[in-house]
Ligand binder design. Structure first.
Ligand SMILES: NC(=O)c1ccc[n+]([C@@H]2O[C@H](COP(=O)([O-])OP(=O)(O)OC[C@H]3O[C@@H](n4cnc5c(N)ncnc54)[C@H](O)[C@@H]3O)[C@@H](O)[C@H]2O)c1
Length: 271
């Protein structure tokens, strides 16, 4: 879609360097937004800057680990100093747990997955919310990327499934809490998508050197007992589909939508 729905809007995308976050950043910028794009890997941000060159809006990159409170405070200060306001927050960062079953998870993996996928959502929202309250016409919007793993028990590993159920609950709590402040909060829940999510987990946990980034035990459970009757390997989406869903929920066309979770999975969950 090429129009200017987000002209004069200030957007923070967390996890902007690859996959769905990259596609989302580029779509907002294509539609005129001023985007602050945060990621923990410089090479991915450099690649993003090249792709964003010449778009209608602008993309400023910000390097940092969202699990570090210094990054959270730093990026919100940056937005406040540069723009004084924030209209849209898209929290797209998330990591997989290699699809590990319970006995293959250790404390380090559990804590990191819960931190990126849940705790840091809470922390960035509570830090950024003063810049988002009471914009006109319910036009301030937060969208969190959860997963079909936030609906079912078997689509990935133990820590991941737990984190995605938790973040769906957090979204509802935030939507209710900030309704009176005119900030909408929703989730987008993807099915299977072709991104760099396996490489991201391997970069963060280089000692978990699984072939293709999957724990073999967890993968075999998943293949035997996956979701529904659709084969996830042949029902794979592209990141642009998630970017389009996030941009819709962030747009004024969605002004009466808050506390919702939009499944984007090519029909997997319904099968
Ligand atoms: N790929 C899928 O099939 C799929 C399915 C369902 C849900 N999801 C969810 O979609 C979201 C996006 O995943 P993706 O597939 O695009 O993955 P991805 O790895 O391709 O992109 C995620 C980006 O987030 C960044 N990131 C990760 N941890 C970070 C941190 N602590 N601080 C800052 N940046 C960080 C990574 O560097 C990466 O650039 C995640 O929440 C994921 O759980 C993905």
């Amino acid at each position: 879609m090429s129009c200017n729905r987000f002209e004069n809007k200030h957007v923070l995308v967390v996890g902007a360097g690859a996959g769905m976050g990259e596609a989302t950043t580029l779509q907002f910028a294509r539609e005129g937004a001023k985007v602050i794009a945060l990621d923990m890997f410089q090479d991915r941000l450099d690649r993003l800057s090249v792709k964003a060159d010449g778009l209608a809006g602008s993309v400023d990159t910000y390097l940092g680990d969202i699990c570090d409170p210094k990054t959270v405070n730093g990026v919100v200060d940056y937005v406040k100093t540069k723009y004084g306001t924030l209209d849209i927050l898209a929290y797209v960062a998330g990591i997989l747990d290699f699809m590990c079953p319970p006995e293959e998870v250790d404390d380090e993996l559990w804590d990191r997955v819960m931190d990126v996928n849940v705790k840091s959502v809470w922390r960035i929202v509570k830090t950024a919310i003063p810049l988002m309250k009471n914009h006109k016409n319910n036009e301030a919007s937060i969208t969190i990327v959860s997963s079909l793993g936030g609906y079912v028990g078997s689509s990935a590993g133990t820590a991941y499934i737990t984190s995605k159920h938790a973040v769906e609950g957090l979204m509802k709590n935030l939507a209710f809490t900030y309704k009176g402040d005119n900030v909408r909060v929703n989730c987008v829940a993807p099915g299977a998508f072709n991104t760099e999510i396996m490489e991201t987990a391997t970069r963060i946990f280089p000692n978990r050197n699984y072939e293709h980034g999957f724990c073999p035990k967890g993968l075999s459970i998943y293949h035997q007992q996956g979701i529904g009757t659709i084969n996830p390997r042949t029902n794979v989406g592209i990141p642009q589909y998630i970017a389009d869903a996030i941009c819709f929920l962030s747009s004024k066309e969605a002004k009466f939508i808050t506390g919702s979770s939009l499944i984007v999975d090519g029909g997997w969950y319904s099968a």
